[in-house]
Design a protein around this ligand. Structure first.
Ligand code: TXD
Length: 319
């Protein structure tokens, strides 16, 4: 049986890390696409040259030609530009919307059967735009944010409790960014919900609130430290986890930006929700019951995402 084909659109910091991880895990043959000449070719060659020491069998190719992604099983999209000083949110939105148009059309023409994971920011709006431009079925296009946000939450909780992060589960809903909704009562240590752990004296409500806030600010914390870019190791790992769930039909329960139509009272909006990911792509959206406070936070997040989508529609009349 031929190896799966993984197309990485964007060969920057996350794209390069994705290629390295996918090769090390032998997920399949890898095509790195970028408009920047030499970058995808150089990264592909450099990673391929780590193969003999690492002992993986995977071919890597760098390209500027969408024809090379033909027949890809998975496409992970990181293409875009970051926000620079003096650039407004709408400036960024306009530029990355054009990028999504080019990428969406490339996928539509060459890899219409792929499972597509979008990472480009602003995430919830870009995944929506990518779906519109590619025309792929909604269940085959999703966005990576929740896995990363909940991984950050789990890491902070494991540190606070002095336990293995493997035994910490966490739930994060809503849009990626300031309005994300970490759900304490659905987050557990060995099955014990966080509010119970507060009651048991494992931590205080104040400390838990501070961890929730640190999770919301997780991306900014890394940007503040790196100064020249944003996080890439954990974002890449998170997307790989989703790609593996699809390729191996794992039926993993993972939070991601999925098309929600019916659940949560929404009629067709991409936003972060718990899902089941398997060979059918996003196979199911899990519609959990929210309490009043959680619902209020989720509503705020939903209206922020709706605002971004509306701004996209105003920028590109075709949408
Ligand atoms: O949780 C999340 N979703 C995120 C999102 C977490 C961290 C970072 N997140 C976003 O991912 C970030 O705000 C960016 O929008 C993307 C990619 O981050 P990365 O750090 O990899 O950005 P780079 O290094 O700037 O890489 C972007 C590449 C760069 O090589 C450009 O030349 C390329 O995208 N690019 C394109 N490739 C193909 N086609 C087009 N049109 C194009 N335009 C730029």
């Amino acid at each position: 049986m031929a190896r799966p084909k993984i197309a990485l659109i964007g060969a920057g910091m996350i794209g390069g890390t994705l290629a390295h991880m996918a090769a090390m895990k032998e997920l399949g043959d890898i095509v790195l696409f970028d408009i920047a000449e030499g970058i995808p070719e150089g990264k592909a060659l450099d990673i391929a040259e780590s193969g003999p020491s690492e002992g993986f069998d995977a071919s890597l190719k760098g390209t500027q030609d969408y024809a090379d992604i033909a027949g890809a099983d998975v496409c992970i999209v990181t293409a875009g530009v970051p926000r620079k000083p003096g650039m407004s949110r709408d400036d960024l939105l306009g530029i990355n919307l054009k990028v999504m148009k080019a990428v969406g059309e490339g996928i539509k023409a060459h890899a219409p059967n792929a499972f597509v994971i979008c990472i480009t920011n602003p995430l919830d709006a870009m995944v929506w735009a990518l779906r519109e431009f590619s025309g792929l079925p909604h269940n085959m296009v999703c966005g990576m944010a929740g896995v990363l946000d909940s991984a950050r939450f789990r890491h902070f909780l494991a540190e606070e409790f002095g336990v293995s992060m493997r035994d910490v589960t966490a739930f994060v809903l809503g849009g990626h960014g300031d309005t994300m909704v970490p759900l304490a009562r659905y987050s557990t240590v060995g099955g014990i919900p966080l509010p119970d752990l507060v009651g048991m004296g494992w931590t205080s409500q104040e400390k838990l609130d501070a961890i929730v806030q640190r999770t919301r600010d997780g991306g900014a914390e890394i940007v503040g430290l790196l100064k020249t870019g944003s996080a890439y190791y954990a974002p890449a790992t998170s997307a790989i986890e989703m790609a593996v769930a699809y390729l191996k039909d794992q039926k993993r329960v993972l939070p991601c930006a999925a098309h929600v139509d019916g659940a949560y009272g929404l009629d067709g909006l991409y936003v972060g929700v718990p899902t089941v990911i398997g060979a059918g792509g996003v196979e199911r959206v899990i519609d959990i019951k929210l309490d009043k406070d959680e619902q209020a936070m989720f509503d705020k997040s939903v209206s922020a995402v709706k605002g971004l989508v509306k701004a996209c529609k105003e920028i590109d009349g075709a949408l």
